[in-house]
Design a protein around this ligand. Structure first.
Ligand code: NAI
Ligand code: PYL
Ligand code: MG
Length: 259
C-alpha cells in the first residue's frame, strides 16, 4: 500500500473544509450528507478509540492526530490511546470505545464492537469517491472514466457499474485491466483513442495520470489517489472541480458504514 506521509496530513482541518466545499458544489450535499444518504445511518453518540500501531513501517507522524481531528470534525466523540498496539486496544476498550480505528501498513479498519460491523478503508474510500462523483449535478452523460483499478479503484469502478453508469476503465497493469473488464463488464479505455468525460474517478499513487484529451469543461475529478492526478495548470484551464483529500472522506465512509 502507498503510505501517507506526515506532510500529506498537514492542515487536515483546512483540507477537510475545502473538500467539504467541493463535495457541496458537486453534489449539493456535504460529505456527512452524502455518507448519511448513501449508508442510511446516523451517528448516535458513538465513542471512537484511535489506536496507534507500531508494526511494519511504524507510526506515521500526524496519523492518529489527524484521525482525532477528522472524527471530531464529523461530530464523533473520540480519543487517541496513550499506548500503541495490543495495549492501546485494551486501553481503548477499557475506556469505553464503541468503535476502534487502527491501521498497519496493509489494513486500516473501523470495527464497531457493539454491532460487530467492520470496515476496510480501501473499498470504503473507492466507493465514497465514486458515490460523490456519481452525484455530479452537472454531468452531461452516464459515461465515467476510471483510472487505476487496484484495491481502491476496483470497488469504486464496481460501484459506478452497480449504479448504472457506463464505465471506461484504465490501469497500467494490463492483467488487472483485463480482470476488471471481464468481471465488471467495463469498457477498456484506449489512451490512443481518447474521448471527453464529465466524470472522472482516479485511484493511483502516481501524478499526471489523466491525459488532457479526456477533460471536458467543468468536469469533476474525484480522486483519493496521492499525489494529485492532475496539474494545477490543467485544473485551471478546464475549470475542473477536484474532490481530493488524504484521509477524512474515506474515514467518514468507514464510520458511517459500521453504524
Ligand atoms: P493499488 O496499488 O492497489 O492500486 C493502484 C493501481 O494504480 C494499480 O493497479 C496500478 O497498476 C495503477 N496505476 C499506477 N500508475 C498508473 C497510471 N499511470 N495509469 C493507470 N493506472 C496506474 O493502490 P490502492 O490501495 O488502490 O491505492 C491507490 C491510491 O489511493 C494510493 O495513492 C493510496 O495512497 C491512495 N489512498 C487514498 C486514500 C484517501 O483517503 N485519500 C485512502 C486509501 C488509499
Ligand atoms: C490509510 C492510508 C490511506 C493511504 N494510505 C494508507 C496508509 O498510509 N496506511 C498506513 C497507515 C499506518 C498508520 C500507522 C500509525 O500511525 O498508527 N501504523
Ligand atoms: Mg479520503
Amino acid at each position: 500500500m502507498a503510505l501517507l506521509t506526515p506532510e500529506d496530513l498537514e492542515n487536515i482541518n483546512r483540507q477537510l473544509q475545502e473538500a467539504d466545499s467541493a463535495v457541496r458544489r458537486v453534489t449539493g450535499l456535504d460529505i456527512k450528507g452524502v455518507c448519511k444518504d448513501f449508508y442510511g445511518t446516523t451517528p448516535c453518540c458513538e465513542k471512537i478509540g484511535i489506536v496507534p500501531v507500531t508494526s511494519g513501517n511504524g507510526i506515521i507522524g500526524n496519523f492518529s492526530a489527524s484521525l482525532h481531528a477528522i472524527t471530531e470534525y464529523f461530530g464523533f466523540d473520540s480519543f487517541v490511546t496513550d499506548m500503541p498496539d495490543v495495549s492501546g486496544y485494551y486501553e481503548a476498550v477499557r475506556n469505553g470505545a464503541q468503535i476502534i480505528l487502527m491501521a498497519d501498513d496493509n489494513t486500516f479498519l473501523a470495527h464497531n464492537l457493539k454491532n460487530g460491523k467492520i470496515a476496510n478503508n480501501q473499498p470504503c474510500t473507492g466507493i465514497i469517491y465514486a458515490e460523490i462523483a456519481s452525484r455530479h449535478l452537472k454531468a452531461d452523460s452516464k459515461d465515467v472514466l476510471a483510472v487505476g483499478l487496484g484495491k481502491v479503484g476496483f470497488p469504486g469502478a464496481a460501484h459506478f457499474v452497480h449504479k448504472g453508469f457506463r464505465v471506461y476503465g484504465y490501469d497500467a497493469d494490463r492483467d488487472l485491466l483485463e480482470k476488471s473488464v471481464s468481471s465488471l463488464g467495463i469498457i477498456p479505455f484506449d489512451p490512443d483513442n481518447p474521448k471527453k468525460f464529465s466524470i472522472i474517478f482516479e485511484a493511483t499513487p502516481c501524478e499526471d495520470t489523466i491525459p488532457e484529451a479526456v477533460l471536458s469543461e467543468n468536469c469533476v475529478i474525484s480522486t483519493p489517489g496521492i499525489p494529485c492526478a492532475i496539474s494545477r495548470e490543467l485544473q485551471k484551464k478546464y475549470g475542473i472541480e477536484l474532490v481530493m483529500e488524504p484521509l477524512g472522506i474515506g474515514t467518514a465512509s468507514m464510520l458511517y458504514s459500521v453504524l
